[in-house]
Design a binder for this molecule. Structure first.
Ligand SMILES: [Zn+2]
Length: 82
């Protein structure tokens, strides 16, 4: 099993939240979480952002859901640049 870097972790994050991560990758993902408090915080922030974005829009309005996804992506991009 190859250890993840924080960058790899962030790349896998959206797949993880969407429950699309293969079991093999999930194990490395969780191993990284176990040893990296910064990524635990990052994951929590990500989930909070998704929750807030979804809560701000009605789920039956696909156009606005796309806006929410774009918002999440913009936040992720901004955080990566730090
Ligand atoms: Zn990390």
């Amino acid at each position: 099993m190859t250890a993840l870097t924080c960058r790899d972790f962030i790349d896998l994050l959206s797949a993880h939240v969407a429950a699309e991560l293969p079991a093999e990758r999930l194990a490395t993902f969780e191993a990284h979480l176990a040893q990296c408090p910064a990524c635990v915080d990052y994951l929590q922030t990500y989930k909070d952002t998704v929750t807030l974005a979804k809560g701000a829009f009605r789920p039956d309005d696909s156009g606005q859901a796309a806006v929410a996804d774009a918002l999440v992506q913009a936040i992720i991009t901004a955080r990566r640049k730090r």
